[in-house]
Design a protein around this ligand. Structure first.
Ligand code: ATP
Ligand code: MG
Length: 273
């Protein structure tokens, strides 16, 4: 492993790594890359808007993820990362811009209808039912399904074995990292076509963070594109095919994870040098 970034996520399965993810910074801003973003599998395109009648939080903000990719959003506290995710999920009225999923304009759809379309979302807070058992949380996650979802529950237990062990325990009794696994597992219960995670490693130790990242990479290898917000910018960009640095509701830097890690300005301002 002479070059840890040679293969962006240590991923040996070339079929799901992003062959376009190794360009230079200038290639990243070329029109070819822009049109690729425009055609992304999931895109919040040039989003402007805020909460209720309040001021705009997002200003012409674009975040997107392509098939086979992990896209990561980083930036300072209050930059609008969660707001951007909520906007993509339909929890915010946009004044301008659009959200498209697989080419379809879904800007007018409710969050629930977006779930039906294939979006899975794990919000930053209140992402599990603490008084319910682990298994009940997963069952709740399957709320839109009318078919037999037992097999999906077993798949979640395969991905997160600790959840199988604790299936009858109240989710509120689990550790922070285990709760995050419940939250991700719950979102997987709808068999989403794309998964959105807002700070999946918040409040967990570095070791648990690495484990969660490994599980997230595993999910992405099953073919589910992942759009996630991360506070641990450096580690997240290491596994990112695409990275977005947001500042004050705007796109400040965009590139492959590798490009952003190598960018002096990004390093100085957001990665601690
Ligand atoms: N429900 C809300 N109603 C009104 N304003 C809100 C709401 N949630 C967030 N904001 C405001 O939107 C701005 C962006 O917040 P947001 O939560 O999107 O930031 P963030 O980048 O996710 O920050 P963090 O890293 O702390 O999670 C902040 O100024 C915040 O006060
Ligand atoms: Mg946030």
């Amino acid at each position: 492993m002479s070059d840890p970034y040679q293969d962006n996520r240590g991923n040996k399965d070339a079929s799901i790594t992003n062959p376009h993810g190794r360009g230079t910074m200038s290639a990243g801003t070329a029109s070819g890359e822009r049109s690729r973003t425009q055609d992304a599998y999931l895109i919040g395109d040039s989003m402007t808007g805020g909460y209720g009648q309040g001021p705009d939080i997002l200003h012409d903000c674009t975040i997107a993820v392509n098939k086979g990719e992990i896209a990561v959003i980083v930036g300072p506290n209050g930059a609008g990362k969660s707001t951007g995710m909520k906007a993509v999920f339909g929890m915010l009225n946009l004044r301008k811009g659009a959200v498209r999923l697989d080419g379809e304009d879904i800007t007018a759809l409710s969050p629930q209808d977006r779930v039906v379309k294939g979006m899975g979302f794990v919000p930053q807070t209140s992402n599990i039912f603490t008084s319910m058992t682990v298994e009940e949380n997963l069952e709740m996650g399957a709320f839109i399904r009318r078919d037999d979802f037992r097999k999906t529950i077993e798949q979640v237990y395969e991905l997160f074995p600790i959840l199988g062990d604790k299936r009858r325990q109240a989710a509120g009794e689990l550790s922070g990292g285990q709760r995050q696994q419940v939250a991700v597992g719950r979102a997987l219960m709808t068999q989403p076509k794309v998964l959105m995670l807002d700070e999946p490693t918040a409040g967990v130790s570095p070791i648990v963070m690495d484990e969660l990242f490994d599980r997230i990479i595993e999910v992405s290898r099953t073919g589910i594109p992942i759009l996630m917000v991360e506070q641990n910018a450096r580690q997240a960009l290491e596994i990112a095919d695409k990275g977005y640095v947001l500042v004050q509701g705007r796109n400040a830097h965009t590139g492959t994870g590798k490009e952003l890690l190598a960018d002096d300005e990004v390093r100085r301002s957001f990665l601690g040098g």
